[in-house]
Design a protein around this ligand. Structure first.
Ligand code: 5GP
Ligand code: ZN
Length: 145
């Protein structure tokens, strides 16, 4: 269970207030569509959040331009993290919905510098269904595109 969940209504959420300058943040970068700032939780030193400026709850609520710019900004930030912190690894994380691990319902992407024994764990219950099952899943998705 996440330790903290922001239940503010859209437009008054923590990140909307941060974008509006109503609450302080350690800002790294901004452009017309996105903003990057230090995560208050700093899982490792240099942990940055990249968020849309407009309130969109999840990735599924973004425009194609916002989604593309989120990743472009994440890439810029990742290059800066490499220059400034030089971590041996880097993980991007983007959570959607409470069950997806999202605690602030305003779309954002984590840029997390990674180090040996940094305490971050991610369980991934790998399964290997038969090829026919994979083909069925792909068919459902192609029909949905
Ligand atoms: P999520 O769990 O939704 O993927 O990530 C939300 C992140 O927002 C958490 O890592 C948390 O530390 C960060 N966060 C929550 N409130 C604030 C805040 O007021 N300022 C900043 N800079 N980060 C915040
Ligand atoms: Zn918001």
């Amino acid at each position: 269970m996440p330790m903290f969940v922001d239940t503010s209504p859209p437009g008054q959420c923590i990140f909307c207030r941060l974008v509006a300058g109503e609450i302080p943040s350690a800002k790294v970068y901004e452009d017309a569509l996105t903003i990057a700032f230090m995560d208050i939780g700093q899982v490792t030193p240099g942990h940055v959040l990249v968020a849309t400026k407009r309130h969109a709850a999840t990735l599924l609520d973004t425009t194609p331009e916002e989604a593309a710019t989120l990743m472009q900004t994440a890439r810029r930030v990742a290059l800066a993290v490499r220059t400034a912190f030089d971590p041996p690894g880097l993980t991007l994380l983007q959570a959607n919905g409470a069950l997806g691990g999202q605690t602030v319902a305003h779309v954002h992407l984590h840029v997390v510098p990674r180090h040996e024994d940094d305490g971050i764990t991610f369980t991934w219950p790998r399964q290997e269904p038969p090829a026919a099952v994979l083909a069925g899943y792909a068919e459902r998705l192609r029909a949905a595109l």
